[in-house]
Write a protein that binds this ligand. Structure first.
Ligand code: PMP
Length: 421
């Protein structure tokens, strides 16, 4: 009997390797917002922030190929491209942030951000929300509450309840600020002190709750008052995805001390960065030193520069704003009885489904809905604490025509997906 791909994967990669969907899709080719599987079937990619400017964008492919043919090496030589990129990227940030460390993954970036906060404050206590994901290193997985670390959460980590606009409205952010103030007091009483709070300004993995500009102001004031740093994880919201702004923290209107970026920044090439003020950078470099063999190598820098250029030249941030307004209107107009809240910003929106007036999550229903959409050739997914929020986060060239295709299919899938008790 021939081995299936799933069996081969398990034989070569071990058990429990994450895949999407009950029948994982075997993708072999991508172009723009479209993907093709091994049988030649086409899918609309409604769930990909890695292929940010579209799958296999010729400008990024060309930049990578040209630079790979000329030079790629480790990062202990001088090279212009990485400096050109840091200059261009930090020009997009305010708050005195003008320097960067280049790494390969968002996890590494957040790991360093945590150590920057330690270096500046001399303390280790750190706060994050309780239903988030910041990475897979030992330090960042302690903030990523999908599975408690062996031996339990380290005592210098405090997780505060993530915003939940449906069940616990907190319009001015004072509830979150109260949780953070109490967590800081707890860290100080326990002798760890407080180094900072890490947050994703879109609360992406938390289920994209509706929060308005100013929502984080009170919490930021509490953090600063206690001498801590605001560590802003822009891995998901950054690079124009929010439509209204280039960065998630701009959309909320608060000042970060450190910004981390990753996933979308080179359209799939593995590169990430930590962006900080010179004083924060100096504290980190002096306390820890740091070297990363691959981070910001010439090919990565070329891919980053090309991606940024495409975002700008093709007006992808504006596209995100326009298409999202249309997509969210159509989502609201679906008027399904279980649809409790449509929310999000830019090309990162979705809908939460509940079973009853007690807001019991319709987790099975949304799981079935996602599968029904895959069967129709639409790749999307679900998020949030109970996995009952439909998540739409396509590559940024996703247009009105694609949003209409998606919503037509969603309407049909909603009508044919039974509600399981
Ligand atoms: N931060 C956030 C908010 C993320 O969603 C992720 C990845 N899903 C990461 C960090 C980690 O990035 P990476 O997988 O590149 O390490």
């Amino acid at each position: 009997m021939t081995e299936t791909l799933a069996e081969r994967r398990a034989r070569l990669m071990g058990p429990n390797v994450p895949t999407f969907y009950r029948n994982p899709v075997h993708i072999v080719r991508g172009q723009g917002v479209w993907l093709w599987d091994a049988a030649g079937r086409r899918y609309l990619d409604c769930y990909n922030n890695v292929a940010h400017v579209g799958h296999c964008h010729p400008a990024v492919v060309g930049a990578i190929a040209r630079q790979a043919a000329e030079l790629n090496t480790h990062t202990r030589y001088h090279h212009d491209l990485v400096l050109d990129y840091i200059e261009r990227l930090t020009a997009r940030l305010g708050h005195g942030i003008s320097q960067a460390i280049m790494v390969c993954t968002g996890s590494e970036a957040n790991d360093i951000a945590l150590r920057m906060a330690q270096a500046v404050t001399g303390k280790t206590g750190v706060i994050a929300t309780d239903n988030t994901y910041h990475g897979n290193t030992a330090a960042t997985s302690a903030l990523s509450s999908r599975r408690p670390p062996i031996g339990g959460y380290p005592p210098h980590v405090r997780l505060v309840p993530a915003p939940d606009s449906l069940r616990n409205p907190d319009p001015d952010g004072s509830v979150l600020a109260g949780h953070v103030a109490r967590a800081i007091a707890g860290l100080e009483a326990a002798g760890y002190g407080f180094s900072g709070m890490m947050l994703c300004p879109a609360f992406a993995n938390e289920g994209i709750p509706s929060v308005v500009p100013g929502f984080f102001d009170r919490t930021a004031a509490v953090i600063r008052q206690a001498g801590g740093l605001v560590l802003c994880d822009e891995v998901q919201p950054g690079f124009g995805r929010m439509g209204s702004h280039f960065w998630g923290h701009e959309a909320l209107g608060f000042a970060p001390d450190v910004v981390t970026v990753g996933k979308p920044m080179a359209n799939g090439h593995p590169v990430a960065a930590i962006l900080a003020r010179p004083d924060v950078m100096a504290a980190f470099r002096n306390a820890f030193g740091y070297f990363n063999t691959f981070g910001g190598n010439p090919v990565s820098a070329a891919a980053c520069l090309a991606t940024l250029q495409v975002i700008e030249e093709e007006g992808l941030q504006d596209n995100a704003a326009r298409v999202s307004a249309h997509g969210m209107d159509r989502l609201r107009a679906l008027r399904h009885p279980l649809l409790a809240e449509v929310r999000g910003a830019g090309l990162f929106f979705g809908a939460e489904f509940v079973l009853d007036a007690d807001q019991t999550p319709a987790t099975d229903f949304v799981a079935d809905l996602v599968e029904a959409m895959v069967a129709r050739g639409f790749l999307l997914n679900r998020i949030g604490r109970a996995g009952n929020t439909l998540k739409i986060r396509p590559p940024m060239p996703f247009g009105i025509a694609e949003a209409d295709l998606l919503m037509d299919a969603l309407e049909a899938a909603l009508a044919s997906t039974p509600v399981r008790a």
